[in-house]
Design a protein around this ligand. Structure first.
Ligand code: YXS
Length: 257
């Protein structure tokens, strides 16, 4: 499910689960974590996260088949998607997301959790909790807020519509947008530049920025309130309907209950 290549302190991880449109499943995330651990030992100074060249779908997001039945938190601490985002955020070197094709749901959050994003001009990004009636978790919403801004995060989360790479780049959400033919060169030029700088300084600044970006106070009462509201969603008929409709390849009929 993952191809791994390391050269000149730069590691490349290629998503390789085309038959399920690179859906992010438990097995893939375990391989991802093991790869990052080996990169840490090998002193890798920059990671490029990509899909196979020419892909139409970079990743279709969380593996819907692995979402729990109604009644269980679909994005709890140990969920593969939550582990994947934490692995990226805590890896002691920059992770560059190299994007072509469409990015969906939890894969959009995963890309936004990367340190840098270089995308092909015709790439698109869609945040899809509202498409399935999934109650996104607090940390995941913070990823969107830190990567974008409140107005754009609301548009992406409420409409679930694919947003173009060019528009996101014009808003400062992506670092670079290039023609597909130049995507590799642009990405690895950035990776080589990072790998040629001081790794200690960069890894400490990455961790400092992670801590600063997550420094939000929230009272225990507010956290409990949010978790209670999320329980209403994942206990709802609509949550079961969202997953059922995907499996039956039809449009869900949400009733708000
Ligand atoms: O019919 P088969 O058995 O060949 O399987 C199909 C799809 O069911 C499967 N597949 C997936 N399986 C599990 N999880 C997925 N996320 C997923 N996406 C696709 O892969 C086979 C080929 O898919 P198909 O025929 O639809 O491909 P396509 O090229 O026509 O369309 C590509 C997509 C990405 C537009 C389409 O597959 C799609 O809309 N996928 C779902 C995108 C989505 O809603 N992702 C959100 C997942 S949930 C999540 O990430 C978070 C929990 S949240 O929702 O909160 O953001």
């Amino acid at each position: 499910m993952l191809q791994i290549h390391v050269a000149d302190h730069i590691a490349t991880l290629t998503l390789d689960r085309e038959q399920r449109r690179n859906a992010l499943c438990e097995e893939m995330v375990q391989s991802f974590a093991a790869a990052l651990e080996s990169f840490r030992t090998a002193g890798v100074r920059c990671v490029v996260l990509r899909a196979r060249p020419g892909c139409k779908v970079w990743s279709s997001g969380h593996d819907i088949e692995e979402l729990p039945a109604a009644g269980l938190d679909p994005l709890a601490w140990r969920d593969p998607l939550r582990k994947l985002v934490r692995e990226i955020e805590t890896f002691p070197a920059p992770v560059i997301a190299m994007i072509e094709g469409s990015v969906w749901g939890g894969a959009c959050e995963t890309v936004f959790a990367c340190d840098l994003i270089v995308a092909a001009r015709d790439a698109t990004f869609a945040a899809t909790p509202a498409r399935l009636n999934v109650p996104y978790n607090v940390g995941g919403l913070l990823t969107f807020l830190n990567a974008a801004n409140l107005r754009l995060a609301k548009e992406m989360l409420f409409t679930a519509a694919p947003i173009s790479a060019e528009r996101l780049c014009s808003l400062g959400i992506l670092n670079q947008v290039v023609d597909a033919a130049e995507l590799e060169e642009a990405t690895y030029t950035m990776a080589r530049r990072i790998a040629g700088n001081a790794p200690l300084s960069i890894s400490v600044m990455k961790e400092q920025l992670r801590i600063l970006a997550g420094a939000h106070t929230m009272s225990p009462e507010d956290f409990e309130r949010i978790q209670g509201l999320r329980r209403v969603v994942y206990n709802s008929q609509d949550y079961a309907e969202g997953i059922r409709a995907f499996k039956e390849k039809r449009t869900p009929e949400f009733k708000g209950e």
